[in-house]
Design a protein around this ligand. Structure first.
Ligand code: CU
Length: 67
């Protein structure tokens, strides 16, 4: 399943890389692509609500807000 999430707090390519890394570290996430320009995370994942929650928490720990 694929979705796009708005992410706030990204200011540069390093932030975007951090968001991608944090999202891909979550079990159940197949791939994550980040657009700094659109402040958006495109996520391919297993479709479980828990996975989505875990991604949001991982991004929160990295200093970003997704939702
Ligand atoms: Cu940055």
């Amino acid at each position: 399943m694929k979705i796009a999430l708005g992410v706030s707090g990204m200011k540069c390519g390093g932030c975007a890389a951090g968001v991608k890394k944090a999202a891909e570290s979550v079990p159940g996430v197949a791939s994550a692509e980040v657009s700094l320009e659109r402040a958006e995370l495109s996520l391919e994942y297993d479709g479980k609500a828990e996975t989505l929650e875990a991604v949001k928490k991982a991004l929160g720990r990295a200093g970003f807000k997704a939702g």
